[in-house]
Design a protein around this ligand. Structure first.
Ligand code: NDP
Length: 455
């Protein structure tokens, strides 16, 4: 072991738990356990694997409140949000519990025999996850990986390892065999890197920053490891003058200040048709005034603290003293990594606040002239994860949906993620898709079998 890891509660700055910190040798041991468990796990009959995953979903549902409180305290997120996320974890396992019996192949007409395909598991899969939605994002990887017959080594972010550790204990209790689910809580530069380099790891599924994603893709190339990357975003929230402005303004704060802005789908670039600017900004101010920032365990809290002092410093760098602060919400004083929700306006599209992922509660508002300019501004980014368009003109809504370069796009809504639909990025927001039926493609290989029928 490489010492002790102190897990801090962001709302109080106090130590929540101390746990052993894993090192490279722990990763090697976890990979060896996962490798040893693989042959038996892939051989579990599909209906039995399905039953085990349903039982796991049941157990997670029974422990939902305990997991939600732990996640709320460790990640600093409002308890209502944490409950929603744990509900999604249960639903994700439930959804993929249905899939072991539905991993279908094809039969393909060929000369001299029968050609058919089967979906084989990859083997040991490494999962590297971030601190913003710790167990939810882990479940998007764990559930399809396990359903397809892989064994896993999960490396949660050092800042938020607690729910992942509880998860592995629950998995064992519900009958998932020893060695199938392994968790190593240690630093990314050591444990994450070792997972990426390890020759016995067949694939790495990563969610985090574009910078680390780039280094993972490069390192994985050495062993031709399969990689899926869910990276950063700088999503646009495009509001046309013909939209329901009250509704768009009421929804906008949740879309960028939810999870204190620490969300890869955060709609942090609000683009508003020039003629609607004044009425939109007035309605936005009212919505932000009503946003309650405070104790994550308070049922009425809408936004908690940032994850760490470092993250607060990074977010603050986007709001220098001369920044054009148009709206500033409230935030508690005293201990905790607090940052008030902030709207900058007007902001030039080239400004750092409008081009870089802030990952905190700071939004920029930029006016646009017409549809063409809205499309140009929305796409003027290295990212392409998510986004929204608000308009009552149906044809325009569909034109915009096709024109915006992002993996997910919402019309008159800001929701991005559903268990049953694929989620992932265009451009430097990554590649591969999580959730929905598509995720299984990334945890299986297609094998083609030819059976000669001629004597
Ligand atoms: P990182 O990308 O550094 O962390 C994500 C995960 O990768 C963590 O588990 C981390 O481990 C691990 N990791 C770090 N370095 C390596 C490495 N060399 N090899 C393998 N794994 C590694 O994100 P940060 O926490 O540093 O956040 C920085 C910024 O990234 C944020 O401000 C935000 O802009 C973006 N981000 C985007 C997320 C998204 O959902 N798309 C999620 C999180 C961050 P550990 O932290 O334990 O060292």
């Amino acid at each position: 072991m490489a010492g002790t890891l102190q897990v801090v509660e962001p709302a109080t700055e106090e130590v929540l738990e101390e746990i052993p910190r894993a090192g490279a040798e722990d990763v090697d041991a976890a990979v060896a356990r996962a490798r040893a468990a693989f042959p038996a796990w892939r051989a579990v009959a599909p209906a039995d694997r399905a039953r085990l995953l349903h039982r796991l979903a049941d157990a997670l549902g029974e422990r939902l409140e305990e997991l939600a409180v732990l996640e709320a305290r460790n990640a600093g997120k409002p308890i209502a949000d944490a409950r929603g996320e744990m509900g999604m974890v249960v639903d994700t396992f439930r959804y993929y519990a249905a899939t072991p019996e539905r991993l279908l192949g094809d039969t393909i007409p060929v000369a001299g025999g029968l050609g058919f395909t089967v979906r084989e598991p990859l083997g040991v899969v490494g999962l590297i996850t971030p601190w913003n939605f710790p167990l939810a994002i882990a479940s998007w990887k764990l559930a399809p990986a396990l359903a397809a017959g892989n064994t896993v080594v999960l490396k949660p972010a050092e800042l938020t390892p607690l729910t992942a550790l509880r998860f592995s204990a629950i998995a064992l209790e519900t009958g998932i065999p020893e060695g199938v689910v392994n968790v190593v809580a240690g630093p990314g530069s050591v444990c994450g890197q070792r997972l990426v380099e390890h020759p016995d790891v067949a694939k790495v599924a990563f969610t985090g920053s574009t910078e680390v994603g780039r280094s993972i893709a490069a390192a994985a190339a050495r062993t031709i490891k399969r990689v899926t990357l869910e990276l950063g975003g700088k999503s646009a929230n495009v509001v046309f003058a013909d939209a329901d402005l009250e509704q768009a303004a009421a929804a906008a704060p949740g879309a960028v200040f939810g999870n204190a802005g620490q969300d890869c789908c955060a709609r942090s670039r609000i683009l508003v048709e020039r003629s609607a600017m004044d009425s939109f900004m007035a309605a936005l101010e009212d919505s932000i005034d009503a946003l309650k920032v405070g104790d994550p365990l308070d049922e009425t809290t809408a936004m908690g603290p940032l994850i760490s002092a470092g993250q607060r410093e990074s977010v603050a760098s986007f709001v220098p003293d001369d920044a054009p602060v148009a709206i500033r919400g409230n935030a508690p004083d005293g201990p905790g990594f607090w940052f008030a929700p902030t709207v900058l306006c007007p902001v030039a599209p080239t400004d750092r606040a409008a081009t870089e992922e802030i990952f905190g509660p700071v939004a920029t508002v930029t006016p646009f002239r017409d549809e063409d300019e809205a499309i140009r501004l929305a796409n003027d980014t290295i990212y392409g994860l998510s986004g929204s368009v608000w308009t009552r003109n149906g044809a325009r809504a569909l034109r915009m949906a096709r024109a915006i370069e992002s993996g997910n796009l919402s019309l008159n809504s800001n929701s991005s993620v559903r268990v049953t639909t694929p989620f992932g990025g265009f451009k430097q927001s990554g590649y591969g898709r999580e959730l929905g039926p598509h995720a299984l493609d990334h945890y299986t290989e297609v094998k083609t079998v030819f059976y000669a029928t001629e004597e």
